[in-house]
Design a protein around this ligand. Sequence first.
Ligand SMILES: [Zn+2]
Length: 308
Amino acid sequence: MKFFDLHCDTIGECCAQGQSLYRNHLHLDLCRGEDFSAWTQCFAVWIPDTLRGRQALGYFQKVYQTYLTECEINKSRLTLCRAKEDFLQAESAGTCAAVLTVEGGAVLAGDLANIPYLASCGVRMLTLTWNGTCELGDGAMTAHPQGLTAFGKQAVPLLEQHGIAVDISHGSEPLFYNAAAIAKKPLVASHSNAKAVCGHPRNLTNEQIQIIAQSGGLIGLNFHPPFLKETGAAEVDDVVAHAEHMLSLGACSALAIGSDFDGADLPRGIRGIESIHAVFERFLQLGYSETLLNRIFYENAQNFFVSL
Ligand SMILES: [Zn+2]
């Protein structure tokens, strides 16, 4: 099977714990991904809400060095993808296509000049906020969230100009609507589920799901149990329930996977990247067509990023 994952925090964990990307005790490594017939992995550099200004940018640069080092060490197994040709090269060589993303607009340190800098580092997607407030606006876990700041409103079109997809996962509802009003290109929710299925502030309302789908964007299903089921006792069938709900809202071209490996706990039945085959099999058992599953597990996101 082919697999595209819109979000994992593995590279930050490799950096923090001194673990290798090839083989480790985390949720994801290259060794365990080797039996996918094609595999594109977004590697997010997560910026903690405790870091702001130069510290946030400096933290990105530290994890970015780990990413570059791991890409170099593993270059026979992994292709660093910045442009369309890189994706095609990875697919023909059978290597993991690595896409660099950043989770948290604090990385900009309040300076728009850092957008072309991030693009030059190969960053292809930016999650505007994490849970709290940053220079761009308020995250979903803030008490009385406002939308985008004046700086955030300037950042969105500049990100689009530099080929960096705008990711609204973690964003508050006002921030989402501001971004949707400004964006000329499709929006992405790299790792968010449906609020109608599980009422967590991190999840998306039906209207948000429809706006993203109609924009030609992407929504990555997140495996974190509190986002899957209100009791937190989630299993693979809960992932299916969120997919089913999004499909019922017309999201079949938007739906994808955003595992949140190494950024969150996992539900019963998912241990890490090695469990993706079993998740795919469960959807098949429940009667989903292979054609639709190929779109969800790979093609929707692959087509989006190849033409970004
Ligand atoms: Zn996250």
